[in-house]
Design a protein around this ligand. Sequence first.
Ligand SMILES: NC(=O)c1ccc[n+]([C@@H]2O[C@H](COP(=O)([O-])OP(=O)(O)OC[C@H]3O[C@@H](n4cnc5c(N)ncnc54)[C@H](O)[C@@H]3O)[C@@H](O)[C@H]2O)c1
Length: 260
Amino acid sequence: MEMLKDKVAFITGGASGIGEGTARRFAQEGARIVIADVQEEEGQELRAELESQGHQVLYVNCDVSSADDVKSAINAAVERFGRLDIVFANAGINGVWTPIDELQPEEWDKTLDINLKGTYLTVHFAVPHLKAAGGGSILITSSVNGTRTFSNPGASAYSTSKAGQVAFMKMIALELGRHNIRCNAICPGAIHTNINERTEQRETEKIGIKVELPEGSPALHEGQGEPVDVADTCLFLASDLGRHVSGVEIFVDGAASLLR
Ligand SMILES: NC(=O)c1ccc[n+]([C@@H]2O[C@H](COP(=O)([O-])OP(=O)(O)OC[C@H]3O[C@@H](n4cnc5c(N)ncnc54)[C@H](O)[C@@H]3O)[C@@H](O)[C@H]2O)c1
């Protein structure tokens, strides 16, 4: 069954990890896909692969922290496919994890600019097109960090950005309900992607908080998920199955964050 037949989905951070997994899943369900990312090579490879399977895909180079980039990317999407139905504000970085007295203002700004301002910009420029389409579904990738767990010492900027995304999502869900636009957040736990390799941890041991877990994890799959696990949750929210669901954050972590 094609649950997203003829829908157009705009996915930021779509070249890797959760965004890539969701692009693949949405394409299987009949959506036309726009991948917006800063990793052009990976993004174009994914575009070519999906197109070779018969899907319609556009890659646009877009730094989500730049208003000009996001505006052009959304315009390019609408120019190519004529409409917008699903917006997945997913691009994000872990940034620098370090004690607060060592976290530099420009490091704080970078994390907040990509994760939180990037979410605002994506939604801001997409909403007129969702309204024009008569409704739509906005998905935002937050995290268990900053919403249910505070156990990664030094991740103050990251956790703040992720908490901010949930507050933003709830405001927008209320504001846009009368336009038939739903807005929800996904809060993943540990998902196998490249994000950890791109994290800079500096002297977090200085904070002196050691998180110790009981031996073994009681969570589903030991708390480890794959991008497709998040993608399937996004599919529910993006499709008609989620038609009466708006303003919620869904934890996709096998219950792991109940413990840590
Ligand atoms: N992997 C996890 O365990 C996990 C857990 C909780 C939340 N998340 C969130 O999931 C989202 C996706 O992360 P992921 O784990 O798939 O990581 P990832 O690094 O595999 O993918 C992130 C993608 O975002 C892109 N990106 C980064 N900065 C960008 C920018 N300025 N403009 C446009 N694109 C940009 C990257 O190029 C990359 O393709 C992030 O918001 C992250 O905070 C991930």
